[in-house]
Design a protein around this ligand. Structure first.
Ligand SMILES: [Mg+2]
Length: 226
């Protein structure tokens, strides 16, 4: 299947946020996800203790290559429901978020896109704001599900999807009229045991890469700006 390279306007990029758009590692050090920013930030110890407990229960399930997406999904829903319910108990101002992100190790890679994430929206916004400039066409998950986002993009027939979990492959399920779809998976954890599975689901698998060089090269080619 080939991308129509003459129609740069005809491409849409859909990407997961944590560990896809935000880096897994920077200069050899593991970077913070949205929830890590909160866990490591200025919230009370009691919050951190509960948050780690929740994470330690569900994270191994998320990254277990022996479970199917269908088996994982109810646990993932349980995970973010509990994590967000816990977060709601602690007052957080925009100023606090700003300084937590500034002090954190969260790092962004620079690509224009639509962000799908179960992460914390305000943190994503801050990471993007502090690393880059905000794009007018950034929408949050609710905006996408509650609107005809994909319908309005139905003239865009080339789809580039990026994620770091197998569940991320379903992010663009609402996309219409897709003629060519390219999927790129970032594999950072349990690499050896998950590689074959990722290769069977994603078109391209990038393992433990700190750069977006491969992605940028592909996007530039698609958009004819390279
Ligand atoms: Mg992710």
């Amino acid at each position: 299947m080939e991308y129509n390279q003459n129609l740069s306007y005809a491409a849409v990029v859909v990407a997961d946020f944590d560990r896809t758009l935000s880096k897994y590692k920077h200069n050899g050090h593991v970077c913070a996800t949205c929830h890590n920013v909160l866990e490591e930030g200025g919230l009370p110890g009691e919050y951190k203790e509960q948050a780690y407990k929740i994470r330690d229960k569900y994270f191994p399930i998320e990254t277990d290559p022996n479970l199917t997406i269908e088996e994982k999904t109810p646990y993932m829903v349980e995970w973010w429901t509990k994590a967000h319910a816990l977060l709601e108990k602690y007052p957080l101002s925009k100023e606090m978020l700003h300084s937590m992100v500034a002090k954190s190790t969260a790092k962004l890679s620079d690509i224009p896109l639509l962000v799908f994430s179960a992460g914390v929206g305000d943190i994503i916004r801050e990471v993007i704001a502090q690393n880059s400039h905000m794009y007018d066409n950034m929408h949050n998950e609710h905006a996408v599900h509650d609107s005809d986002y994909f319908h309005n993009l139905s003239h865009r027939t080339n789809l580039l999807l990026m994620g770091d979990s197998l569940g991320d492959l379903q992010m663009a399920n609402g996309a219409e009229n897709v003629e060519a779809k390219l999927t790129i998976g970032f594999l950072n954890l349990r690499v050896e045991e998950s590689l074959e599975l990722y290769k069977s689901r994603y078109d391209i698998v990038i393992c433990e890469d700190e750069t977006m060089d491969v992605v940028n090269a592909i996007v530039n080619k698609i958009l004819c700006i390279g």
